[in-house]
Design a protein around this ligand. Structure first.
Ligand code: FE2
Length: 202
């Protein structure tokens, strides 16, 4: 029976290192409260499944697995989100093969940025926007995720992701998702995104 558990990853920078674009308070609450809650809930659900198997009892699998999907996807997406940021000016440039692939798919970097921002701005309620690479066609595609786990494309590699749950920005920007997105673009770690693209291509 499996015993491995999820754990909250340490941030690759200090809590105050993304200021002033993302405040220490915003980042601390988001990481230590929100992300931690998904980790804890995912582990709790795995324990619940294991316990039911050990006891030979049936669970409401529809509701248990729905909740597990929400929490595990939340954990995985947050982990990608933290890794994909860097202090302003420290994330390198969008260049090389990734820039070429974006040009080929979107026509221009400007067009890619506009579509990505519009996608993130128009997520209904809580969700995410991701730049992904299709493992079958090798093409880049922007994915608009509702909640943590709706409208995901199976087997697509996530290269870059932004959290547009209000909990990602309410401390700094209140309800202004557009302002948060402008700030987030300044925090993208293009070296990480480029490495993920290279890994996806193999
Ligand atoms: Fe979040």
């Amino acid at each position: 029976m499996g015993t491995a558990r999820y754990s909250l990853p340490a941030l690759p920078y200090g809590y105050a290192d993304l200021e002033p674009l993302m405040s220490e308070l915003q980042l601390t609450i988001h990481h230590q409260k929100h992300h931690q809650a998904y980790v804890d809930a995912a582990n709790g659900l795995l324990d619940k499944l294991a316990q039911a198997r050990a006891d030979g009892v049936d669970l409401d699998l529809k509701s248990t697995l729905k909740s597990l999907s929400w929490n595990v996807a939340g954990h995985v997406l947050h982990s990608l989100f933290w890794e994909g940021m860097a202090p302003a000016g420290r994330g390198g440039q969008l260049e090389g093969p990734l820039a070429e692939a974006l040009l080929q798919e979107f026509g221009s970097i400007e067009r890619f940025r506009r579509e990505f921002t519009q996608t993130a701005a128009s997520v209904e309620g809580s969700g995410w926007t991701a730049l992904t690479r299709c493992s079958q066609t090798g093409r880049l595609l922007i994915m608009q995720v509702e909640k943590h786990n709706v409208n995901l494309y199976p087997t697509f590699d996530i290269l870059m992701v932004v959290d547009v749950f209000e909990h990602a920005y309410y401390v700094d920007y209140r309800n202004d998702r557009g302002k948060f997105l402008e700030a987030w673009w300044e925090l993208v770690n293009w070296e990480v995104v480029g490495r993920r693209f290279a890994a996806s291509r193999g």
